[in-house]
Design a protein around this ligand. Structure first.
Ligand code: XUL
Length: 537
């Protein structure tokens, strides 16, 4: 369709963001002003119980392997769109769609999958037509930590951990897609040979929408240990040490604002979308959350308290580190970068502490926290219920140290305070090491509604904490990127994100730092760093 026709109907245009998260498929519909018009979510466990997932995943008995069935994501898309149609969402007015996926997960598609995606019959559900396109019916996801050996092989082939970080933006991480692909190739060479295409969760979802293999963009592509972080193209040496014939299975990397195709006829005919609906490259949930918050200025930092906790911010020059964090492409600035520090022990570990020490009640959790002094009388704890990845790959374990830095026993309340303070001290330590100096903190994610957590965050960093009323930041970010990509496409050039795609929801001040408490945490930080060294060595 000609751009003129779209402009004529500009008043009516809407933009859709889809987020294929670990636990469910979420969506956000916005107008041209970035105002949220509607939201909808499908929880995988509840809506699709036949896939027998818990929290959207399957955990193997080894405690390390975590996968999800990719057909469940396919099925969820039809469930979501059917509900939207039933609720009379104005699908025909959607001008552009973009999306988000949990990062690092890989989808293995066998020969013939491309043809199946391109010839869908709108009278049949996606899952019936696509059940047979996978060469591997289990997608390893970000919670998987079973590839330590492949990580060490990558380090050896590329000249060590720092060399891997310099090249790809991150040291070798177990969950990163390249290491998952190397394991897949080693364990199932026959299935690898039968694989025509390997997608990320994000690009797989985009492939469903365009009816063809979708390219990646550098925000999610950087989470693979395979992309050269500076050229934003595949790093040949990193592909070579992963699996043979990988380049042709991975496809292209395009800028995040690029139109990757029109919506497939399947969705037009089955759900009533407009045939000219454009699809913008999908990205990972963390890059999309960065877009949702419009993090552009250096010092703009967000902390997302979710299943995994993440700290992220924009950066103009990459300073990759083998000790902590990741550098990804910035999805709203094709020349920029973003820093991400990810913790596997986020909400699940806080919920465990709530159940263990506060009778499964957040109210009791907050009361116990309030009953202990900030700084916990010098007590510091490390709670790795999940294998941790920051600063290093660490096995599950709990370590508690008294004021004299000797192992100690903690009361219930002291445990709760140690879980909370330890996490924010770690965030301050490692984001500081990567050069992130916050002027304010934006808190997002499910647990950002918990004001007692936000107060400790403000005190540890010594900065005001703001929260966004919008909680589905990845799907909002995807919707804003759809709007941004659509503007770039219309203008036939890159348009600065801030000019066209500001999130309309405002931020609310949630916690002010207390100066004396901040001084106390600053004094505690070197001891925290020393004890962390002790725990990881
Ligand atoms: C980021 C990471 C997680 C997932 C969660 O590196 O592993 O934040 O993206 O969906």
């Amino acid at each position: 369709m000609k751009p003129e026709r779209i402009i004529k109907h500009a008043r009516q245009q809407l933009f859709l963001g889809l987020d294929f998260s670990t636990q469910g498929l979420k969506s956000t519909l916005i107008d041209r002003a970035g105002q949220v018009k509607a939201e909808m979510a499908v929880q995988f466990d509840a809506a699709l119980p036949e896939f027998k997932t818990r929290g959207g995943v399957h955990r193997q008995a080894d405690g390390l392997t975590v996968t999800a069935p990719p057909l469940m994501w396919v099925a969820a898309l039809d469930v979501l769109l059917t509900r939207m149609r039933k609720d009379r969402w104005p699908l025909a007015r959607i001008a552009a769609i973009s999306g988000s996926g949990q990062q690092h997960g890989s989808v293995y598609l066998k020969h013939g999958a491309r043809a199946a995606l391109g010839t869908l019959n709108h009278r049949q559900a996606l899952r019936e037509q696509l059940a047979d396109i996978f060469s591997f019916d289990r997608s390893p996801i970000w919670m998987d930590s079973s590839t330590t050996r492949q990580c060490r092989q990558r380090d050896a082939a590329l000249g060590g951990a720092q060399a891997v970080a310099q090249l790809t933006g991150s040291r070798s991480y177990e969950r990163f897609t390249g290491n998952q692909i190397a394991k897949f190739y080693e364990q199932h060479p026959d299935l690898y040979a039968a694989t025509e295409h390997i997608a990320l969760v994000s690009s797989f979802a985009a492939s469903l929408l365009i009816g063809d293999y979708a390219p990646l963009e550098p925000g999610d592509g950087a989470g693979m240990n395979l992309m050269n972080i500076r050229t934003r193209d595949w790093a040949a040496s990193a592909l070579r040490c992963t699996a043979p014939g990988l380049a042709k299975r991975l496809g292209a990397i395009v800028p995040a604002h690029q139109v990757i195709g029109n919506l497939s006829r399947y969705f037009v005919q089955r759900y009533g979308f407009a045939p000219q609906t454009t699809v913008i490259a999908f990205s990972g949930d963390n890059p999309n959350s960065l877009a949702a918050l419009g993090l552009a200025r250096s010092g703009d930092i967000a902390i997302s308290l979710g299943t995994s906790d993440t700290v992220f911010g924009a950066l103009s020059a990459p300073r990759p580190s083998a000790s902590e964090g990741h550098i990804f492409g910035n999805p709203i600035n094709p020349r920029g970068y973003m820093v991400l520090i990810c913790y596997k022990n986020g909400s699940l570990t806080r919920e465990w502490a709530r159940d263990e020490y506060a009778h499964s009640s957040w109210k009791a959790f907050a009361e116990e926290l309030a009953a202990t002094p900030p700084g916990n009388g010098g007590r510091i704890g490390f709670y790795f219920k999940e294998p941790e990845i920051t600063p290093l790959a660490l096995k599950p374990g709990i370590y508690r140290f008294g004021p004299s830095s000797r192992p100690a026993w903690f009361t219930r309340a002291q445990n709760i305070r140690a879980v909370v303070e330890g996490q924010f001290l770690s965030m301050r330590l490692h984001s500081g090491n990567l050069g992130l100096e916050p002027h304010t903190l934006l808190a997002t994610g499910g647990a950002s509604v918990n004001s007692s957590l936000l107060q400790v965050m403000a005190d540890v960093f010594g900065r005001e904490v703001l929260v966004s009323r919008q909680s589905n930041s990845a799907s909002l970010g995807a919707a804003l990127r759809a709007l941004h990509g659509w503007h770039c496409w219309r203008a036939r050039k890159f348009v600065p994100f801030a000019n066209v795609a500001q999130p309309a929801s405002s931020f609310r001040a949630a916690a002010e730092p207390d100066r004396s408490r901040h001084r106390l945490y600053t004094a505690l930080l070197p001891r925290y760093a020393q004890l962390e060294q002790k725990v990881i060595s």
